[in-house]
Structures are given as C-alpha cells and as structure tokens.
Design a protein around this ligand. Structure first.
Ligand code: SF4
Length: 436
C-alpha cells in the first residue's frame, strides 16, 4: 500500500448511538488483496456467533480493493453480512458508482453497526457523515421515486452512489435486495432485509479524494494495457454488444437454460426473450459502472399506451441481464418479452431480488399444478406457466401479504415448501432433503 493511500481507513458508523469514527487498519489491507477478505475479517470481528441476522448485532460491511479507482474494471463493492435468507455468511457484490465513491470518499471499508430507532439514511460525503431522517421515504410504493428524492436532496451529482431499499427490505423479506444507481444490485442473500431491520433506507456515499500512484509512467502503461484488453477482446465485446443475455441461445442449444422450475432445460420460447431479440426491439441505452470501459448494462425502453389518454405513452427504462431473463422468463415458461420486462420492472419497484423471486414464483406455479396449493389458498389466483398478469399480481401480494400463502412466499421458497410440501422441487440454497 502506498504512503498516504486512504484505503486502510475503515469508517465505523453506529446507527444506535449516531456516532462515527475512522480507524487505520493497515493490518487488514496488507494481509488481504481484495475487499472480500477484508470484509470477512471485519464481519468476524463485528458479528457475534449466533446473532439474529435481523437484529442490531448483525453489522453490514462494505469494502473495496486496492485497484478500485485506479484501474479499469475494478468497479465492484462487496457487502458482507449475516444472511437472513440462509442464516449463514451473506456475500453480495454490486457496481454502479458504489466502489469508486467509497474509495474516493477516503475509505477502504465501511462498517455499519446497530439500528436506527426511526427510519433514517446515512449520507457520507468524504469525511462528513450525516444521519438523515427518512420517515417521509419509508413506505413509499416506488423505489425509483425514493432514489429521485434522495438525488434532489444530496450534493455531488455524478460522483455519489445511492444504495437503497424498497418496500421488500422494509418488510424484512429475506430475499430483498439493495439497489444502487437504479440498475445495479446487491442482489442475493437479503442485504435489503438487513437494511430494513436497521430502519436504514439508504446509504449515500461521495468523495473527491485523489489516490496516490507509484511511478506515473508505469502506472499509465499498465492502465493502458488493461484498458486495451478490455475494449479490444472479443470476450468483452460480447458483453458490450448484447450483454450477458447473449448467453440465452447458446445455453438453450446446449440444454442448459433453466425452464419451468427446472422441469426442462430447453425453452421453446427462447428466441423471443434472448439478447438478440431484446436488443433489436427494446434496447434503449447501455450503461457502465464507474471506471469500466465495457458497458455491459443493457436498458430496455418499454413504451406503453396510457389507458385514459389517447396518443400518450409512458416509457419505462428497465435493466435486463441473462439471470433475470432465465429467472423471470424461461423458469416461469414466459416468452412474452413485454410481460417479462414488466415483471422485472415490478420487482425493481419493490426492491426484491429477481432471481430468488423467480424461484419462489416457479415453485408456487408447480405447487399449484401438483395440487399442493389450491386456488382458494392463493386468494383466487391461479399461477400458470407464462401467465405474466398472474405473476405481476402474485408479486404485489408477496409485498402486501393479504393472506397466509403470500406471507409464506415472502419468507422464501425453503419456508414455503416446509409449509405446503414440494421440497423436492424447491430450489433453495443448500436445502437438505429428508431421505425417508
Ligand atoms: S459495466 Fe458490466 S462489466 Fe463493467 S463492472 Fe459493471 S457489471 Fe461489470
């Protein structure tokens, strides 16, 4: 680590006491190359054995590595926490501006302890840390609106990262995500619920620190080499042109596309929801995380007519990836691209993890198909493969929880299968089946 590098600064934030302080932790950053190793050690120090993941004892660690902010592609932040989804280690990575913002704010890691007594968000602008009141944002139906309001109230546009939760996190749904810069996510393992348990609506980070480099000429040479590899390599070109959705057709041809809750591995509707089809008919723009020349983030523009006003159209910008396409497309037997995009958008609005939600909906569809869950139990809703209006309604009910069935789905597929049966087709993390 170079002299004067702020990487070894760990920012500690105690939500319960509304206190913050910085500790120099060279020991962590010299022993571990990347942020993940540092974050695991910090979580080990912070989170006592046996802690309830949704209690103030569970800390949230964000960390970045030494290359972040200096070299292309080093654009991810790792979040480490005890997962409310599995009760085990929760590790989740996201890009957007989060990593570069943490690094240029002057930190290598941020530790968030304790819990707010009323909803709040934390704004970190360099060495300044503010504890803001978020009661007006709590319960807001649309997480995009939350992002817009915070953007209007916080300085440093273009430099800052806004990591926030939707209603799923507030309701402690164990597969709630944290969204950053509208289109990137700490998706798996329920970081959103951990935020919710701390009544923490968002974390905003911005900074303007310069980072020291050793030997400007050598630095430039290595930088250029990585940059060139990233933009000239055919492997990366695929991610820029079509993004990860380019994988849909090859995986389908190989018999590796998860379909109808894994009952099939090839999907007859793949050519309607593959990367090529979505790019041709819907691609509205491409985006990149900070310091990444690849720009693999593909955003669809979905234009829908207004029911009440002729010639008036609403355009929604919806990010899609391979994982979302299989989890909310082929896994649900859905080949209608507009239905798929609307479902992705709804899940974004609520702040759910798309993949875990897809798994829950796929299990529920098969459970109804096999007669384990009646239409009555599902509040008059019949889920059928490819029926997007029904899936949109089911997701709304997972959030609003009008009856026992949706409250059960809101606790994840493993719990739902333990209540209704069907463990043999529940795609849960590390689910152990009874052999009897
Ligand atoms: S733009 Fe794509 S390739 Fe680049 S860091 Fe972000 S997710 Fe990774």
């Amino acid at each position: 680590m170079l002299k004067g590098d702020p990487l070894a600064n760990v920012l500690y934030i105690d939500l319960s006491k509304k206190r913050h302080w910085v500790e120099r932790r060279e020991d962590l950053f010299e022993k571990n190359i990347g942020g993940a190793g540092v974050a695991v050690e910090l979580l080990h120090e912070e989170c006592p054995q046996g802690a309830d993941p949704l209690s103030p004892e569970n800390s949230i660690i964000f960390a970045v590595g030494p290359l972040t902010g200096l070299f292309p592609l080093a654009s991810k932040t790792v979040a480490m926490f005890k997962s409310p989804h599995t009760g085990n280690l929760g590790e989740s990575h996201a890009g957007g501006r989060s990593a570069v913002a943490i690094r240029t704010a002057g930190y290598g890691a941020i530790v968030i302890r304790g819990a707010n007594d009323i909803p709040g968000y934390v704004a970190i602008h360099g060495s300044e840390v503010h504890f803001r009141d978020a009661r007006a944002l709590w319960g807001m139906r649309n997480s995009f609106t939350v992002g817009r309001i915070i953007r209007e109230n916080e300085p440093a546009a273009g430099l800052r990262s806004i990591m926030r939760i939707g209603r799923a996190g507030e309701k402690l749904i164990p597969y709630a995500c944290v969204t950053t810069e509208s289109y990137r996510h700490f998706g798996r393992l329920g970081l959103g619920a951990v935020f919710g348990s701390k009544k923490l609506k968002a974390v905003v980070v911005s900074g303007k620190h310069s980072l020291p480099v050793g030997g400007a000429a050598d630095y430039r040479r290595v930088y250029d080499q990585i940059y060139h590899e990233a933009v000239a390599s055919p492997v990366m070109k695929k991610y820029h042109d079509l993004g990860t959705p380019e994988n849909v057709l090859p995986l389908n041809a190989l018999g590796g596309l998860p379909t109808r809750n894994l009952k099939d591995a090839r999907f007859e509707g793949a050519d309607r929801i593959c990367g090529e089809a979505l790019a041709e008919h819907y691609l509205g723009r491409r985006l990149a995380c900070s310091h990444c020349p690849v720009g693999c983030i593909h955003i669809a523009a979905l234009r829908e007519p207004d029911e009440n006003e002729p010639y008036f159209y609403k355009t929604s910008m919806i990010s899609y990836d391979y994982e979302l396409i299989y989890a909310l497309g082929s896994m649900l037997g859905g080949s209608d691209p507009e239905g798929l995009l609307k479902l992705i958008d709804r899940i974004e609005v609520y702040g759910l993890d798309a993949m875990s939600t897809g798994v829950v909906l796929a299990w529920a569809t098969e459970a109804q198909e096999r007669g384990l869950v009646s239409e009555d139990a599902a509040g008059g809703l019949r889920l059928a493969w490819g029926d997007y209006p029904a899936y949109l309604e089911a997701v709304r009910r997972i959030i609003d929880q009008p009856n026992e069935f949706y409250a059960t789905l809101g606790r994840g597929v493993e719990h739902a299968a333990s209540v209704y049966g069907g463990e043999d087709f529940a795609l849960a993390f590390g689910l152990v089946l009874n052999s009897g």
